[in-house]
Design a protein around this ligand. Structure first.
Ligand SMILES: [Zn+2]
Length: 90
């Protein structure tokens, strides 16, 4: 069993999270662009909702509602483990 619970309000913002994993967000406004790590991307196909971190790739269709979903997809970790890694479990 995993003690604790998920605290969505503790998740890092998109600029904090994506900066921390070395993904540069390009542009200004509500949707930023980035190179997608889920396919061999050369065109910055990933769209990231700023600052919340929902994302969708226009090329490979990877998508999720927050930086936690992104972290799970990136690392293959379970929800609670990824949440703990992002400081949103306690
Ligand atoms: Zn992609």
């Amino acid at each position: 069993m995993t003690a604790g619970r998920f605290h969505p309000e503790w998740l890092p913002t998109a600029p904090e999270y994506f900066g921390g994993v070395g993904i540069r967000l390009i542009g200004k406004g509500t949707w930023r662009s980035a190179l997608c790590p889920f396919h061999d991307d050369t065109r910055a196909s990933l769209r990231v909702l700023y600052p919340r971190g929902a994302f969708r790739c226009m090329a490979c269709n990877a998508r999720g509602g927050d930086v936690l979903a992104f972290e799970q997809m990136r690392t293959g970790k379970r929800f609670a483990d990824a949440a703990r890694d992002l400081g949103a479990w306690g």
